[in-house]
Design a protein around this ligand. Structure first.
Ligand SMILES: Cc1cc2nc3c(=O)[nH]c(=O)nc-3n(C[C@H](O)[C@H](O)[C@H](O)COP(=O)(O)O)c2cc1C
Length: 328
C-alpha cells in the first residue's frame, strides 16, 4: 500500500507474524529502471516472505523490473491491475489494464520469462460499468491461458471516473461471490480474496469455504496487533507468547539501527506503530506522542519508549495488557 507498506512498516509487521506474506508499496517499472534501485527495492532479510508489487504496462520494462526485483531476493512479483488513481491511469496501468487482458497476458509472460519467481496478478472484479461476472472471468481466463495461476481479487469494481482512489476502496459494493465463482471456474488456480476484511474470523471463513488466501490491507495497518494472532489462528502454530512490550523493545532496537540513515528515518519508521496500542487505555497518549515532532527531538530513536512512558503515566493499568500475549 502506497506510503504505508514501506520496508519499515514491513519490518514492524514481521515482528508480529512469521507467516503472513507482506507486500511492498506499488513500485512502477520505470522507477525501478531509472531510479535508485536500492532505495526502492532493498529490504531487511527478516521480511520474508515478501512480494514486490510492480506497476506498469510495458512488457519489456516490466520484465526488466521483475528481473531487478528478483535480484534483490523477493519471494513473489505481483502486477498491479487494481489501482484506479488518475496518475496511474495517465500511465495506462493499474485498474485500466483490466480493459486490456491481452496486454496484461503479454506483461505476465514477459515477467515470468525474466525471473524464476512466481508472478501473481492483483485485480478488481470490474471497471466502470463493465462489472458483470463475464468481464472478470474473461480477464482471468486470458491470464490463465498465459500460464498465470495466482490471483489476488479485490472484490470491488474500480471506477476510473467519478470516484477518488479512497472512495474506490469503499463505495463500490463488495462482491465476494465473484471470487468463489472464479475459483469454481478455474479450480487449478489460487484465488486470494481482498477487500473489507477486518477480522481473523472472516479470514478463516473464506479459507474454510474454498478460497486459497486472504489479503488484509487497512485493518492490518490500523490494527497491527491483529497480526500477532495470525500464525496461531491461520497457520496452526502454537499460541504466540509475544507481548506489545516485546514489539516496542524490538522496534526501538530497529530505530537505533536505522537512525543514522536519514534525518527523518526514525519518524518515518515510528509512524507505522501508531495503531499498536489501539484498544488499550492510554492509547491516545501513545498516538499523541508519536505525532508530536518535539517527541522525536527529545527522545530520538527512543521515541517509542517515551510514548510508552507517557501512556503508562496516564493509564498505569495498561501495564498488564502491555505484557499480555495475544488473546485467542
Ligand atoms: C493508503 C493505501 C495505499 C494503497 N496502495 C496500494 C498499492 O500500492 N497497490 C495495491 O495493489 N493496492 C493498494 N491499496 C489498496 C489495498 O491494497 C486494498 O486492495 C484495499 O485497501 C482493499 O483492501 P482492505 O479493505 O483490506 O484495505 C492501497 C490502499 C490504501 C488504503
Amino acid at each position: 500500500m502506497l506510503d504505508w507498506t514501506d520496508r519499515h512498516c514491513r519490518y514492524f509487521m514481521r515482528l508480529m507474524s512469521r507467516h503472513a506474506r507482506l507486500y511492498t508499496e506499488m513500485v512502477t517499472a520505470p522507477a525501478v529502471l531509472f531510479g535508485n534501485k536500492d532505495l526502492l527495492l532493498k529490504f531487511d532479510a527478516s521480511e520474508h516472505p515478501v512480494a514486490c508489487q510492480l506497476g506498469g504496462s510495458d512488457p519489456e520494462d516490466l520484465a526488466k523490473a521483475a528481473a531487478a526485483a528478483a535480484q534483490y531476493g523477493y519471494d513473489e512479483i505481483n502486477l498491479n491491475c487494481g489501482c484506479p488513481s488518475e496518475r496511474v491511469q495517465k500511465g495506462a496501468f493499474g485498474a485500466c489494464l483490466m480493459l486490456e487482458p491481452g496486454l496484461v497476458a503479454k506483461c505476465f509472460a514477459a515477467m515470468r520469462e525474466a525471473s524464476a519467481l512466481p508472478v501473481t496478478i492483483k485485480h478488481r472484479i470490474g471497471v466502470d460499468h463493465q462489472d458483470d461476472y463475464d468481464f472478470v472471468q474473461n480477464f482471468v481466463g486470458t491470464l490463465y491461458e498465459a500460464g498465470c495461476r495466482d490471483f489476488i481479487v479485490h472484490v470491488r469494481t474500480a471506477f476510473l471516473k467519478g470516484l477518488s482512489p479512497r472512495e474506490n476502496r469503499d463505495v463500490p459494493s463488495l462482491k465476494p461471490d465473484y471470487a468463489y465463482r472464479l475459483k469454481k471456474d478455474f479450480p487449478l488456480a489460487q484465488f486470494c480474496i481482498n477487500g473489507g476484511i477486518t477480522t481473523l474470523e472472516a479470514c478463516r471463513d473464506f479459507l474454510e469455504t474454498g478460497l486459497d488466501g486472504v489479503m488484509v490491507g487497512r485493518a492490518a495497518y490500523h490494527e497491527p496487533w491483529l497480526l500477532s494472532r495470525v500464525d496461531h489462528e491461520l497457520f496452526g502454530e502454537p499460541p504466540s507468547t509475544l507481548t506489545r512490550l516485546d514489539v516496542v523493545h524490538a522496534m526501538t532496537q530497529y530505530l537505533h539501527r536505522i537512525a543514522p540513515e536519514h534525518e527523518n528515518a526514525v519518524r518515518n519508521a515510528a509512524r507505522h506503530t501508531m495503531g499498536l496500542m489501539n484498544g488499550l487505555s492510554g492509547a491516545r497518549l501513545w498516538r499523541r506522542t508519536l505525532s508530536d515532532p518535539r517527541a522525536y527531538k527529545e527522545a530520538g530513536a527512543d521515541v517509542l519508549e517515551l510514548a510508552l512512558s507517557s501512556m503508562l503515566q496516564a493509564a498505569p493499568a495498561a501495564a498488564d495488557d502491555l505484557s499480555a500475549p495475544p488473546h485467542p
